[in-house]
Write a protein that binds this ligand. Structure first.
Ligand SMILES: [Mn+2]
Length: 350
């Protein structure tokens, strides 16, 4: 069994930085599907946090159709939801809460539980589709989740204490993490965004413009990076340092709290693929109990990547290959693609 995991497509984002709408990126992904049995879309597939669900879905469905057509009947897509497309599972989560059912680590979500899920699943036909939340088991000892639960451990509680609920000390369940996100994860993200300019001040605004960015994709890092009081320029180097110091330990915290009984845990969410060449592998198992792999993203972020070349930790095209009996491997499916074709069309320098 060969499974390809990708995440953080952010299809339909207003910035136009979601690269799978570009034929060159889509073809690279479709080629990679040639010899896999199963594709996992590990969350933030569609950008629903910008308040324009219809155009976002319109941008998403053609990509889903191309994937479904390539996989064809007999191969499978597992849809796992993240924070930017959390709305897709919210009706189901509400029902579970009302019925006092615990969601566990890999609940099966009915495709018909929301119109958005149904539209995505229909577009993926004739491939078989299942929806799982908050994660999915991909074989013996391999669990994958989008990873937005780690935000609970990344945001400094002093700046967000009023906005974020707390996850109980010690063991926690997925239900605890969902409750800690507040009544609406989207509203929470909006509130955090609204507090950022004051929290981070002008350096972030000037250096990155992330506080103004509606996509919020880098927010957990930005908040941590600048909320800690050390104002560093937003660079891959600074983010890399934060990834090791805060990101990976937060991933480990989530996996331990949830008591994930797996040697390998795959996350997305942080947009940082790895471990790749040049990464210090022991950093990716901070507490030794779980080994982490991150699926990266399919977003070209010019603030980080302008003038950069692959291999680069934030280059779009990240994927994780999971094969029976082997450790998951992080890949870069767009490492051969030039920056010029990934940049937003219409902004090319003439
Ligand atoms: Mn995310």
């Amino acid at each position: 069994m060969r499974t390809l995991v990708i995440s953080d497509l952010h299809l339909g984002t207003r910035s136009g930085h979601d690269v799978l709408r570009r034929p060159v990126a889509l073809h690279a992904l479709l080629n990679a599907l040639q010899d896999v049995d199963r594709l996992v879309l590990l969350g933030d597939t569609v950008e629903l946090l910008e308040g324009r669900p219809k155009p976002a879905l319109r941008a998403t469905l053609p990509v889903m159709r191309a994937i479904g057509a390539r996989l064809g009947r007999g191969r499978e897509v597992v849809v796992v939801v993240g924070n930017h497309d959390h709305a897709l599972v919210r009706p189901w989560l509400r029902t579970q809460r009302v019925r006092r059912r615990r969601i566990g680590l890999a609940a099966r979500v009915p495709v018909s539980s929301s119109a958005g899920l149904k539209a995505i699943a229909d577009a993926l036909k004739p491939a078989r589709v299942q929806v799982r939340y908050p994660g999915v088991w991909l074989g013996d000892g391999v669990w994958a989740t989008h990873g937005h639960y780690l935000d609970r451990h990344l945001f400094p509680s002093t700046s967000t204490g009023l906005l974020l609920g707390r996850v109980p000390e010690g063991r926690a369940s997925a239900d605890d993490y969902e409750r800690a996100a507040g009544a609406s994860a989207a509203a929470m993200q909006g509130l955090v965004a609204a507090t950022l300019p004051g929290l981070l001040g002008e350096p972030l605004d000037r250096a990155a413009g992330l506080a103004r960015s509606a996509s919020l994709t880098m927010l957990p890092f930005a908040a941590r990076l600048f909320g800690a009081g050390t104002l560093a320029p937003l660079s891959a180097g600074a983010l890399g340092f934060q990834f090791r110091r805060a990101g990976l330990p937060a991933m480990a915290e989530v996996a331990v709290r949830l008591n994930v009984k797996a040697e390998h845990v795959i996350f997305g969410h942080l947009h940082r693929a790895g471990p790749r060449d040049g990464d210090h592998v022991p950093d990716w198992m901070p507490r030794e109990r779980h080994r982490f792999t991150n699926s990266g993203c399919w977003v070209y972020e010019p603030l980080l990547l302008a003038g950069a070349h692959p291999p680069h930790p934030y280059w779009p095209g990240g994927a994780v290959l999971v094969e029976d009996g082997r450790a998951p491997v992080a890949l870069g499916l767009l490492d051969e693609v030039d920056e010029v074709v990934l940049r937003r069309p219409g902004r090319r320098r003439s």
